[in-house]
Design a protein around this ligand. Structure first.
Ligand code: IPM
Ligand code: MG
Length: 360
């Protein structure tokens, strides 16, 4: 009997619906050959949810996600919703989803594809062969720490406050994901903190060092975040797996993504406790400037579906099939505008989808 999976689809805003529909077609196409059966249910999040309900993460959407085997998210946000109060912003819906599913581990690969090496703004010899996995803590740190807010002081001035806080248990669980990930990759883990200044980082470092004893096969190093940012653009090949907190991971993962020159190609996985649904989404945003024009690159969404198969549903063979298909269409010369270079065959989102279906 086919293995059945309930997948919640969150197409969101901007180019989201276009790249999602291509991805669903591709998933449907590969399902039978791996004896998989997907039930797709769509729900609103972000701007479309604000327009429909006033809430960027309606309760039904969160419930549906909690009751599924995996969640495939496209992108949220757009100019239209940028000036709403914080609790009604699309980003708040995304943070609510992360918190509501306890997605504490965010895996963001930055792998340079030989076909796209000239799209990088860095020299070929600096980026050739780059293959980095950023493991970012996603439900703690300064994004969620209390107290937070804008408060009136006694003098009548305002004071804006956010709090960077981690408990040892929070550090331990993300550090373990870091060690386990490094173990399955190149065996090197770099923990990034700001322990020379921040107490929260000192605790972070102490815990990572303590856990290292359980992973003798992993070579552990530490960098302060400012130096890590510099090293990422100076000599990115020194990195294999990076583990870091929420804010540092937000910043460093964008820098790592840009090494590849093609942010439109990068997927991510956000994972909670084993057996609980993860969320799989492209690293890029909703690109409102090209929305609805059939120009978007669907490959990051396709590769996010591959991460869903690999990390969320434990179907590595099906994951590999999608990854190889994405490489095959690049090898065949197909390019959307964002990764176009000389000699490429410029296609839109739909045509890229058709090319993928053909290779599959
Ligand atoms: C990301 C984004 C989000 C974050 C925003 C949209 C809330 O930048 O996923 O990296 O800061 O985490
Ligand atoms: Mg970010």
């Amino acid at each position: 009997m086919a293995r059945q999976y309930r997948i919640t689809l969150l197409p969101g805003d901007g180019i989201g619906p276009e790249i999602m529909s291509v991805t669903v077609e591709v998933l449907k196409a590969i399902a039978p050959s791996f004896d998989l059966e997907f039930t797709f249910t769509e729900a609103p999040i972000g701007g479309v949810a604000i327009d429909a309900t006033g809430n960027p993460l309606p309760e039904e959407t969160l419930k549906m996600c909690q009751n599924s085997d995996a969640v495939l998210l496209a992108a949220i946000g757009g100019y239209k919703w940028d000036n709403l109060p914080r609790n009604q912003r699309p980003e708040t819906g995304l943070l609510g989803l992360r918190a509501g599913l306890d997605l504490f581990a965010n895996l963001r690969p930055a792998t340079i594809l030989p076909q796209l090496i000239d799209a990088s703004s860095l020299k070929r010899e600096v980026v050739e062969g780059v293959d980095i996995m950023v493991v970012r803590e996603l439900t703690g740190g300064i994004y969620f720490g209390q107290p937070k807010g804008i408060f009136a002081t006694e003098t009548g001035d305002k004071r804006g406050v956010n709090t960077m806080a981690y408990t040892d248990a929070e550090v331990d669980r993300i550090a373990r994901v870091g060690f386990e990930t490094a173990k399955k990759r190149g065996g090197k883990l770099c923990s990034v903190d700001k322990a020379n200044v921040l107490d929260v980082s000192q605790l972070w470092r102490d815990r990572v060092v303590a856990l290292a004893a359980e992973y003798p096969e992993v070579e552990l190093s530490h960098l302060y975040v400012d130096n890590a940012a510099m090293q990422l653009v100076r000599a990115p090949k020194q990195f294999d797996t990076i583990v870091t907190g929420n804010l540092f991971g937000d910043i460093l993962s964008d820098a790592a993504a840009m090494l590849t020159g093609s942010i439109g190609m990068l997927p991510s996985a956000s994972l909670g406790a084993p057996g609980k649904p993860g969320v799989f989404e492209p690293v890029h945003g909703s690109a409102p400037d090209i929305a609805g024009q059939d120009k978007a690159n669907p490959l990051a969404q396709i590769l996010s579906a591959a991460m869903m198969l690999r990390y969320g549903l434990d179907q590595p063979a099906a994951a590999e099939k999608l990854e190889l298909a994405a490489i095959a269409v690049l090898d065949a010369g197909y390019r959307t505008g964002d990764i176009m270079s000389e000699g490429g065959k410029l296609v839109g989102c739909k045509e890229m989808g058709e090319a993928l279906l053909k290779v599959l």
